[in-house]
Design a protein around this ligand. Structure first.
Ligand SMILES: *Cc1c(COP(=O)(O)O)cnc(C)c1O
Length: 368
C-alpha cells in the first residue's frame, strides 16, 4: 500500500553535498567550530534576521543550556501542549515545571493564566510557539517584566516565522530551534539558540564546548553540544532551498483549507494577519458530535488508508508518568489543553506532497 507520511525531510542535492564533503575531507577539520560551522551560523543569522545564532547538536540541548546560562531555578511556568522535550529540559535542571492552560484559538500558553501560577519560587516562563504560530509575546513580556521573570521560548516549530517583518525569535531572553529531520529546516539532527548580544553568544559557545574558554581555562560546567562540519555543510545547502520548501507547504495548506472549510465538525487555523508563517504543521480538530466520528476513529481510518497523520500533541506532557503527579497537571487546571489534545490530528504536511497525496488525505476526511 502507498503510504503518505506526515513529514518528509528537506534533503540537499547529493552532488552539491558531495562537493562540500570533498572540501571537508581535504581540510581534515571535521568538527569543533570549523569553517562550515561558522558559515552556517552567519547564514542562519542573516536568514532568520537575528543578531546571533549558536548551533547545537539538537533542539533539546539549547533548552537545557539556556536554563543553565540564565541560572534558572525553582519553578518555571510552561505549557503542557508541546513536545515532551520542553518539560524535560526543566527537569534536567532540577526545576519544577508549572503547567498552565492554553489559548484554544492558537494552542499557545494563555497569558491570562500565567499570573495566577506565579509563586515566590517562580523564576521564568517557557512558552512554545506551537505549530509555528506566534505566542502573544507582548503580553508574556509584560508579565515577565512586572514580576522580574526570564522568558525562554521553545521555538522549535518557528523557523523563519516573522510578525510584521520582525523575527519571532527576537522575543524573550533567548529562543531555541530544532533542526531535526522532521522539521521545516533540518541538519539531520541539530538545533540552535538565538540570543540578543555578543556576550551571551560567547558564554553559550563556551557552555556547548564543556565550558572551555581557551586551552587551559574552563569557566563553567558546560556540556558537549558541538556540531560537526558535515551537518553544517548540509545545513548551508538546505538553507538555500528552505524558502521554496515553505512556499510548497503553503500551497498544501491552501488546498487543505479550501477542501475542508465547510466540513461540519472539522476546524483548523487560518493564517494570522501580519505573520509570515512557515506551515510547519497542519493540525485539524475533530468535533465528534458534529463530524459523526471521533478523532481516534478518523485517525485509525486514515491509517488504514495509508494516510499517516499524527496526534500532536496527545497525550499532553502533563499526562506522562514523570509529570502526572504534579499539582499543576490536574486536568481541571488544563481544560483547553485537554480538549485540543483529544481532538487534534496533524495532517501530512511537507514540501514534496503531491496533488494526488493531498486528494487522498482530503477524500479520507470527506468520506465517512
Ligand atoms: C522537535 C522539538 C524539540 C526537540 O528537538 P530535537 O532536535 O528533537 O531535540 C523541542 N521542542 C519542540 C516543541 C519540538 O517540536
Amino acid at each position: 500500500m502507498n503510504t503518505i507520511t506526515v513529514t518528509s525531510p528537506l534533503l540537499p542535492d547529493l552532488n552539491e553535498f558531495h562537493a562540500l564533503l570533498s572540501e571537508i575531507w581535504n581540510s581534515k577539520w571535521i568538527t569543533n567550530n570549523g569553517s562550515f560551522h561558522k558559515r552556517l551560523e552567519e547564514a542562519l543569522a542573516e536568514y532568520l534576521k537575528v543578531p546571533y545564532v549558536s548551533l547545537f547538536t539538537n533542539g533539546t540541548l539549547p533548552l537545557i543550556t539556556a536554563l543553565q546560562a540564565l541560572r534558572i531555578t525553582g519553578e518555571v511556568i510552561t505549557t503542557p501542549y508541546s513536545f515532551v522535550a520542553t518539560t524535560h529540559a526543566l527537569w534536567w535542571n532540577g526545576i519544577k515545571p508549572v503547567f498552565v492552560d492554553i489559548d484554544p484559538s492558537t494552542g499557545n500558553i494563555d497569558p491570562h493564566c500565567i499570573e495566577a501560577a506565579i509563586t515566590p519560587k517562580t523564576t521564568a516562563i517557557m512558552p512554545v510557539h506551537v505549530y509555528g504560530k506566534p505566542c502573544d509575546t507582548d503580553a508574556i513580556q509584560a508579565i515577565a517584566d512586572k514580576y522580574g521573570l526570564r522568558v525562554i521560548y521553545d521555538a522549535a516549530h518557528a523557523f523563519g516565522v516573522e510578525v510584521n517583518g520582525k523575527s519571532i525569535l527576537e522575543a524573550g531572553d533567548m529562543s531555541t530551534l530544532s533542526f531535526h529531520a522532521t522539521k521545516v529546516y533540518n541538519t539531520i539532527e541539530g538545533g540552535a539558540m538565538v540570543m540578543h548580544d555578543a556576550k551571551t553568544k560567547q558564554r553559550i559557545d563556551y557552555l556547548k564546548n564543556f565550558g572551555f574558554a581557551g586551552e587551559t581555562e574552563v569557566v563553567a560546567p558546560g556540556i558537549n553540544s558541538k556540531v560537526d562540519e558535515m551537518r553544517s555543510a548540509y545545513g548551508l545547502l538546505n538553507l538555500r532551498q528552505v524558502d521554496a520548501a515553505i512556499a510548497a507547504r503553503r500551497r498544501v495548506a491552501v488546498r487543505y483549507r479550501k477542501a475542508l472549510r465547510d466540513v461540519p465538525g472539522i476546524t483548523f487555523f487560518d493564517d494570522m494577519p501580519g505573520v509570515r508563517h512557515n506551515y510547519s504543521y497542519f493540525p485539524i480538530f475533530v468535533d465528534a458530535e458534529k463530524y459523526g466520528m471521533t478523532r481516534d476513529e478518523l485517525y485509525f481510518k486514515m491509517r488504514d488508508a495509508g494516510v499517516l497523520g499524527r496526534r500532536y500533541f496527545y497525550p499532553l506532557i502533563s499526562e506522562f508518568t514523570p509529570y502526572r503527579g504534579l499539582p499543576s497537571s490536574a486536568p481541571s487546571n488544563l481544560p483547553n489543553a485537554h480538549r485540543m489534545a483529544s481532538t487534534v490530528i496533524c495532517l501530512p504536511m511537507h514540501h514534496v506532497l503531491s496533488k494526488d497525496d493531498i486528494k487522498c488525505v482530503i477524500s479520507c476526511i470527506l468520506s465517512k
